[in-house]
Design a protein around this ligand. Structure first.
Ligand code: PLP
Length: 404
């Protein structure tokens, strides 16, 4: 008789997020007059920039012409895009990444979830707490995380690295050595960024202990300060121990278009086997390539008008972040993040936890955030606000919170 993958049964439901969505829906039904402002969801709101739209139109026309029609894309991605990425995202920053080390995909979420497949089930993972849930859940589905304890919200075989006010929201090198280390900086949900010398410590630690770092750089484009690496390959030796995931979602508003990529360096070997070969095998077997029109749109992000246009959008979102940061800290709130990332990590005031504060914001200010406990136990006292909203609504939300 057919059997279920029992690891799926051990997964806790994405309880908090569905509770939040239900709660907001019920509140709106009970208070139809309430003008709710949603700063909870990490999705962009500005439309695609003109350079991208133009490239899409052109690529669509090519697809309607027999001479220029394209069928299956190469499963590693078109050379025009891989070459552009290697040049613009890496060589110009002093990192020697070749197009052959770049694997185009339909987004970082899939890559972050799938990358664990090339590693043995016996590897032990380490994650930050709080954390983007995909890293842990995809390992739990594979059966790599042990037993889940609903009391603590933790898996028995996962090394959790608390990122708290006390650690400046950065993880500390774990005493118990992990095999796979997930790092995401600039961070979702805390908005923290990791200085280069701190990231170098992680690279040195991984090399020394034979670990691999899975570096999620989905928010790299939001870095505004000097000294914050845009890529882990800015660190010495990282090509021997790190895989990097990137996304066009928050960089260029591709959340609905879907494009991302993963870098697996040639030098990275697992028990003598090239990780790039394993990932190429996986990619070639389970993936048939991002659409041509989307890859052309991705290429347009790097054109000179494209670069200017997406920079302007990022400035818009980061001006929202500054507005939230400034407005709330002036009102006496403890506010973190929002300097090199589009997320603001707000400490719940007056001894409340993040969930109680979420409820107060909803009921009294009609503003929706995300309770920090949804990202892990160390998020308990926090609420995440995003800078991806419309300017006027963001300003209005800040005003309402200030007047609580
Ligand atoms: N990684 C992090 C840390 C994210 O926050 C997100 C999206 O919110 C993703 C990856 C997913 O990116 P994509 O839209 O490319 O799948």
């Amino acid at each position: 008789m057919v059997k279920v993958n029992e690891h799926y049964l051990e997964l806790p439901g994405n309880y908090l997020f569905s509770v939040v969505a239900d709660r907001v829906r019920t509140f709106q039904e009970e208070h139809p007059e309430a003008k709710i402002i949603r700063l909870g969801i990490g999705d962009v709101t500005l439309p695609l920039v003109p350079a991208v739209i133009e490239a899409l139109h052109q690529a669509v026309s090519e697809m309607g012409n027999e001479e220029t029609f394209r069928g299956y894309a190469p499963d590693r991605g078109y050379a025009f895009l891989r070459e552009t990425i290697a040049e613009c995202d890496y060589r110009r920053r002093g990192c020697s990444i070749s197009p052959e080390e770049i694997f185009i995909s339909d987004g970082a979420k899939c890559d972050c979830g799938n990358i664990q497949e090339i590693f043995s089930i016996r590897n032990r993972i380490a994650v930050c707490d709080p954390v983007y849930p995909v890293y842990v859940d995809s390992n739990a589905m594979a059966g790599r995380t042990g037993q889940y304890d609903p009391e603590t919200g933790k898996w028995s075989d996962v090394i959790y690295m608390p990122c708290t006010e006390g650690t400046g929201f950065l993880p500390e090198l774990p005493g118990k050595i992990p095999d796979l280390i997930y790092l995401c900086f600039p961070n979702n949900p805390t908005g923290a960024a990791m200085p280069k010398e701190r990231l170098q410590e992680w690279v040195d630690y991984a090399i020394q202990n034979g670990s691999v770092i899975l570096f999620d750089a989905a928010y790299e484009a939001y870095i505004r300060e000097e000294g914050i690496p845009h890529s882990i390959y800015e660190c010495r030796g990282a090509k021997t121990c790190a895989i990097e995931m990137r996304s066009f979602s928050k960089t260029a508003g591709f959340t609905g278009l879907r494009l991302g990529y993963t870098v697996v360096p040639e030098e990275l070997k697992i028990q003598g086997v090239k990780a790039a070969d394993l990932w190429a095998r996986r990619h070639g077997t389970k993936y048939n390539g991002a659409p041509y029109i989307v890859q052309r749109a991705g290429e347009a992000v790097y054109s000179s008008p494209g670069r200017e246009q997406v920079k302007k959008q990022i400035r818009y979102y980061m001006d929202n972040a500054s507005l939230i940061r400034q407005g709330l800290s002036e009102a006496g709130y403890e506010v973190f993040g929002g300097v090199n990332a589009p997320y603001i990590w707000l400490k719940a005031p007056r001894g409340m936890n993040g969930t109680a504060f979420f409820e107060q914001l909803l009921q009294e200010a009609h503003v929706v955030g995300t309770p920090g406990s949804g990202f892990g136990p160390s998020g308990e006292l926090f609420l995440r606000l995003t800078a991806f909203g419309n300017r006027e609504k963001t300003r209005e939300a800040v005003e309402r919170i200030r007047n609580l």
